[in-house]
Structures are given as structure tokens and as C-alpha cells.
Write a protein of this length. Structure first.
Length: 86
């Protein structure tokens, strides 16, 4: 596991998503992360799963060192200042 990357999905959903969501399996070509683009943008917990997957695919297709730094910074500010962070 790395600091930044797509969050792992529960195995029960993988078979369904791989047929319904284009590019879904890209998520399995990179290491899972503790935080990711979806989490930094508020898509965590009980939120729209398709939106989280879109964010993960965006991250994979647009990865850069600077994007990782941005995600880490966004995560840190959410943890410190967002009263809904957990």
C-alpha cells in the first residue's frame, strides 16, 4: 500500500463493476493508497460509488508527483479543518 492511490474496493463489487464501468480494471494496475483523489475531494464513506471510481480513474490517467503532493495537502487540510472529517 502507498500513501496516495485508489482505495481498494470490496471484492463482492469487483465482478459487477468490471463489466459495467469502462476502465474500472485500471484501478488494479496501481498500488492502493491510504488516501486518494476521491477522498481528498470528499468522496469517501457512504457516497456515490461511481463518482469515487471516476476520481480513481482520473488519478491513474493524470498521475504526477505534483498531483500526489496536492492530494496529500488536501487530505491534511481536511483532517485538520473539516469538522466532518473522520
Amino acid at each position: 500500500m502507498s500513501l496516495v492511490g485508489p482505495r481498494p474496493e470490496r471484492p463482492v463489487f469487483i465482478e459487477d463493476f468490471r463489466t459495467r464501468i469502462p476502465k474500472y480494471m485500471l484501478r488494479h494496475k496501481v498500488k492502493a493508497g491510504i488516501t486518494g483523489w476521491a477522498q481528498a475531494n470528499g468522496w469517501r464513506g457512504n457516497t456515490d460509488l461511481s463518482r469515487r471510481i471516476e476520481c480513481d480513474i482520473y488519478y491513474i490517467e493524470n498521475w504526477s508527483f505534483w498531483l500526489d503532493l496536492r492530494i496529500l495537502w488536501m487530505t491534511l487540510t481536511r483532517v485538520l479543518f473539516d469538522k466532518n472529517a473522520y
